[in-house]
Design a protein around this ligand. Structure first.
Ligand code: RP5
Length: 164
C-alpha cells in the first residue's frame, strides 16, 4: 500500500468487527491507510508513541475506536495536532453509551470529532476522513462525489411492498 494517510486504531482486536466498516470505506475510496491495535490503558507507552509520531510519519488524521471507558481517542488527541475521529464501540454491558459519553464529553481544549455508536459511526468516520483529505485532493473529491451519487441512485431505486 502507498504511504498511509489515515491511521485506524482500536483498543482491542474485539473492536475489529465494528471498525472494519471504517477500513472498508477507506478502501472503497482508494485512500492509503494503516490499521493497528493500540490500547490506552493496556499499552499507554505505545499510545503516546503512536500519537507523537503520527504527523511526522505522514498521517493526516487518526480514526480511533474503543469501547467502555473509551479514553483512546481523547488521549491520542492530547498527544497530536492531527484531527482525531472517535468511534464509540458498543460495549457488552451498556451497549456503547459508556463509550459514546467517554469520547464525546471531552473537556474544552482538546477536541475529538465523535461519531455514532457502532458500524454507522465507523463507516462515517471513514467518510469524514475522506472529506478532510478531499479538500486538497480533487481526484479523491471526485471519487467521494461518485459515492454520493451511487448512494442517491440506490435510494431513488428503492421500492416498498404493498400493505396487506
Ligand atoms: C477497550 O475495551 C476496547 O476498545 C474494547 O472495546 C473493550 C474490550 O476489550 P477486550 O476485553 O475485548 O480486549 O479497551
Amino acid at each position: 500500500m502507498e504511504h498511509p494517510l489515515v491511521g485506524v486504531v482500536m483498543g482491542s482486536n474485539s473492536d475489529w468487527e465494528v471498525m472494519v466498516a471504517a477500513i472498508e470505506q477507506l478502501q472503497a475510496l482508494n485512500i492509503p491507510h494503516e490499521k493497528r491495535v493500540v490500547s490506552a490503558h493496556r499499552t499507554p507507552d505505545l499510545l503516546f508513541d503512536y500519537a507523537a509520531t503520527a504527523a511526522s510519519r505522514g498521517l493526516r488524521c487518526i480514526i480511533a475506536g474503543a469501547g467502555g471507558a473509551a479514553h483512546l481517542p481523547g488521549m491520542l488527541a492530547a498527544k497530536t495536532l492531527l484531527p482525531v475521529l472517535g468511534v464509540p464501540v458498543p460495549s457488552r454491558h451498556l451497549n456503547g453509551m459508556d463509550s459514546l459519553l467517554s469520547i464525546v464529553q471531552m473537556p474544552k481544549g482538546i477536541p475529538v470529532a465523535t461519531f455514532a455508536i457502532g458500524t454507522a459511526g465507523a463507516a462515517n468516520a471513514g467518510l469524514f476522513a475522506a472529506a478532510l483529505l478531499a479538500a486538497s485532493d480533487p481526484m479523491l473529491a471526485r471519487r467521494l462525489q461518485d459515492f454520493r451519487r451511487q448512494q442517491e441512485a440506490a435510494v431513488l431505486a428503492m421500492t416498498l411492498p404493498e400493505a396487506k
